[in-house]
Design a protein around this ligand. Structure first.
Ligand code: HPA
Length: 327
C-alpha cells in the first residue's frame, strides 16, 4: 500500500522509484503536499545529471507544446537540432513523466542556428494531475543549466475575432486565472536562490523580444499572420463553455489555452527573459447556435500544417537572441 515509508526527507526514496506502475503513479500524481516540493538541492541534482552528459551550456530554452511537435517526432523543431542529445523524461532524476497519450516526452539538447539550446518536447499540464510547481519544474532546471532566455510555445483557441486558425499571437501579457483562485507555482516557502518572494509580473514578456520577433516575422513574410495579445490559461482538460469564453473575452483575453502561464511565472521568478507565442489552432465558439465542437485532433493538425513556418520562425528568433546577448 502507499504510505509515507516511500518518502525520505520529504522526497521519494529513489530505490523505490523503479517499482511498479502503482508506485510511479503514486509518485507522479498522489504525493503533492508542500513537503514534496522540489528543493533547490533536488533541482541541482537534476541539472547536474544533465550537465554531466551534455558538453555545452544551453543559452535558450524552448518549450514545444501541442502546436510544435509535442505529438510527433519527424520534422518537429526538436528534431531539427544539430548534434542532438536526448533524454526521455523518465530517464531524468526527479523529472515528472508525460502522461498525455501521444505526447513524446523528452528533453533535447543541441544547436539551432549555431546556438546552444535545450528543447522540452512535450510539457506537463495541470490537467494531467500535476500541481503547477511540478508542471513548471523544468524551467528551474533550465535556469540551473545556464539558460538565459525562454521561448514558450502553445496551441490556443482564438478569442479575438481578428485572428484566424493558423495565425500566431506573440504573448504581450497573460491573465493568471488559476492564480485568481489561489493556485500559483510559487506558492509555499520561497528559496531566494531562485528568486524573490514577490516577483513583479508587469514586465513578464520582453518588449524587446516582441519587437524583434515582429521584425523576424516581416523578414519571413509572415506579417499577415502575426498578432500581439493577451493569453489566458485554464486548468482544462475540457474546452470552455460559451459563457466562459464570453467572459474571458470581456476580461481582455485574446487566446485561451491550458499551459504556459505557470512556466512563465516560474521563469520570471528566476529572471529568465521570456518570449511566448500561441499558435491559433481553433477559433473559440462564442455563439450558442454554432454546434461545432473544438477537438484535440484539429489542434494537432494545425500544428503539423504550420510546422515549417514555426520552425523557421523559432530558428530565426534564436539567432537573434544570441546576437542580442553578444552586443
Ligand atoms: N481552449 C483551451 N485550450 C486550447 C484550445 C481552446 O480552445 N485550443 C488549443 N488549446
Amino acid at each position: 500500500m502507499m504510505n509515507t515509508a516511500y518518502k525520505v526527507n520529504g522526497n521519494i526514496d529513489k530505490k523505490l522509484r523503479l517499482g511498479s506502475t502503482d508506485e510511479e503513479f503514486f509518485e507522479n500524481h498522489v504525493l503533492h503536499t508542500d513537503n514534496d516540493k522540489y528543493t533547490y538541492e533536488t533541482i541541482t541534482e537534476t541539472a547536474n545529471f544533465l550537465r554531466q552528459q551534455v558538453p555545452f551550456k544551453p543559452m535558450v530554452g524552448i518549450i514545444c507544446g501541442s502546436g510544435m511537435g509535442a505529438y510527433w517526432d519527424e520534422g518537429c523543431l526538436a528534431d531539427a537540432l544539430d548534434g542532438k542529445i536526448e533524454f526521455p523524461y523518465e530517464s531524468i532524476p526527479h523529472f515528472p513523466r508525460s502522461t498525455v497519450e501521444g505526447h513524446v516526452g523528452k528533453l533535447v539538447f543541441g544547436h539551432l542556428s549555431g546556438v546552444p539550446v535545450v528543447c522540452m518536447k512535450g510539457r506537463f499540464h495541470y490537467y494531467e494531475g500535476y500541481p503547477l510547481w511540478k508542471c513548471a519544474m523544468p524551467v528551474r532546471v533550465m535556469k540551473l543549466l545556464g539558460v538565459t532566455h525562454l521561448i514558450a510555445t502553445n496551441a490556443a483557441g482564438g478569442l479575438n475575432p481578428n485572428f484566424k486558425v493558423g495565425d500566431i499571437m506573440l504573448v504581450k501579457d497573460h491573465i493568471n486565472l488559476m492564480g485568481f483562485a489561489g493556485n500559483n507555482p510559487l506558492q509555499g516557502p520561497n528559496d531566494e536562490r531562485f528568486g524573490p518572494r514577490f516577483p513583479p509580473m508587469n514586465t513578464a514578456y520582453s518588449r524587446e523580444l516582441i519587437r524583434e520577433a515582429k521584425k523576424v516575422a516581416k523578414e519571413l513574410k509572415m506579417q499577415d499572420i502575426i498578432h500581439e495579445g493577451v493569453y489566458t490559461c485554464l486548468g482544462g482538460p475540457n474546452f470552455e463553455t460559451v459563457a466562459e469564453l464570453r467572459m474571458l473575452s470581456m476580461l481582455g483575453a485574446d487566446t485561451v489555452g491550458m499551459s504556459t502561464v505557470h512556466e512563465v511565472i516560474t521563469a520570471r521568478h528566476c529572471n529568465l527573459t521570456v518570449l511566448a507565442f500561441s499558435l491559433i489552432t481553433n477559433m473559440c465558439i462564442t455563439d450558442y447556435e454554432i454546434r461545432d465542437n473544438p477537438n484535440h485532433e484539429e489542434v494537432i493538425d494545425v500544428g503539423k500544417q504550420r510546422e515549417d513556418v514555426l520552425k523557421l520562425f523559432v530558428q530565426n528568433l534564436v539567432k537573434l537572441i544570441s546576437k542580442s546577448c553578444k552586443k
